[in-house]
Ligand binder design. Structure first.
Ligand SMILES: CC(C)(COP(=O)(O)OP(=O)(O)OC[C@H]1O[C@@H](n2cnc3c(N)ncnc32)[C@H](O)[C@@H]1OP(=O)(O)O)[C@@H](O)C(=O)NCCC(=O)NCCS
Length: 192
């Protein structure tokens, strides 16, 4: 497996694979994936865009992650902003990198790929804080939750509902930069 940094055009060239991995990882239906495809195509042009990918030795996509600078006028940013009080907005949103997607193909999960991707993405990110949203789940049973907690993410909002989505989400955040010491943020993970 090879972890690589992607420029916007690298991601666009592999957009079919990106959407496939996303769909497999999240278990989403085909029609939802087509909508998501359009969003991802637009996200790569946002300020502060950073992306990483994990490729197998024969070049297949095993996972990817990306994010960008979170700012007013972006749907996600505005939803989160409206739910926070002023001090929390200042703390979390004034200079914030949003992790928008982080996924690993199901067959490749549980081998440290997600952790390596997250570490690499956050090492490249601009900002004083990083935020992400993830569906509410049993923190002990969910791989995503265990990963984020291991990286030191704390609760910013819990049981939050985005318009048009019936699932409850948590908004999690931490300060940047990550520690230079891998053991502190992701025990057992060797740096990228
Ligand atoms: C969440 C997700 C990105 C995590 O990626 P992952 O590659 O499965 O996660 P990791 O392998 O880094 O961590 C999982 C486990 O592997 C173990 N692990 C970490 N490094 C390892 C290594 N080098 N060798 C073996 N195992 C390792 C960890 O102990 C970890 O254990 P845990 O189950 O207690 O967390 C991935 O599971 C995924 O795509 N899930 C579905 C989609 C999703 O939920 N995405 C996030 C939405 S917000």
């Amino acid at each position: 497996m090879r972890l690589v940094a992607w420029q916007p055009d690298d991601l666009l060239r592999r957009l079919d694979d990106v959407v496939t991995v996303y769909g497999e990882a999240m278990g989403y239906r085909q029609e939802l994936l087509q909508t998501r495809r359009g969003y991802i195509g637009a996200h790569v042009r946002r300020q502060g865009f950073r992306a990483v990918a994990t490729l197998t030795t024969d070049g297949r996509l095993a996972g990817f992650g990306y994010g960008y600078t979170s700012g007013p006028g972006q749907w996600w940013h505005d939803q989160v902003r409206s739910a926070l009080d002023d001090p929390s907005r200042d703390q979390w949103l004034s200079n914030c990198f949003e992790v928008v997607e982080l996924h690993v193909r199901p067959a490749a999960q549980g081998h440290g790929i997600g952790a390596r991707q997250l570490r690499a993405l956050l090492a490249m990110a601009d900002g004083k804080t990083v935020l992400l949203s993830t569906p509410e789940a049993d923190e002990q049973k969910s791989r995503a939750w265990r990963l984020y907690r291991r990286f030191g993410f704390v609760d910013v909002l819990r049981h939050f509902f985005f318009p048009g989505d019936e699932r409850a989400f948590a908004i999690l955040g931490r300060e940047l930069p990550l520690s230079d010491r891998p053991a502190e943020d992701a025990p057992g993970i060797v740096g990228i």
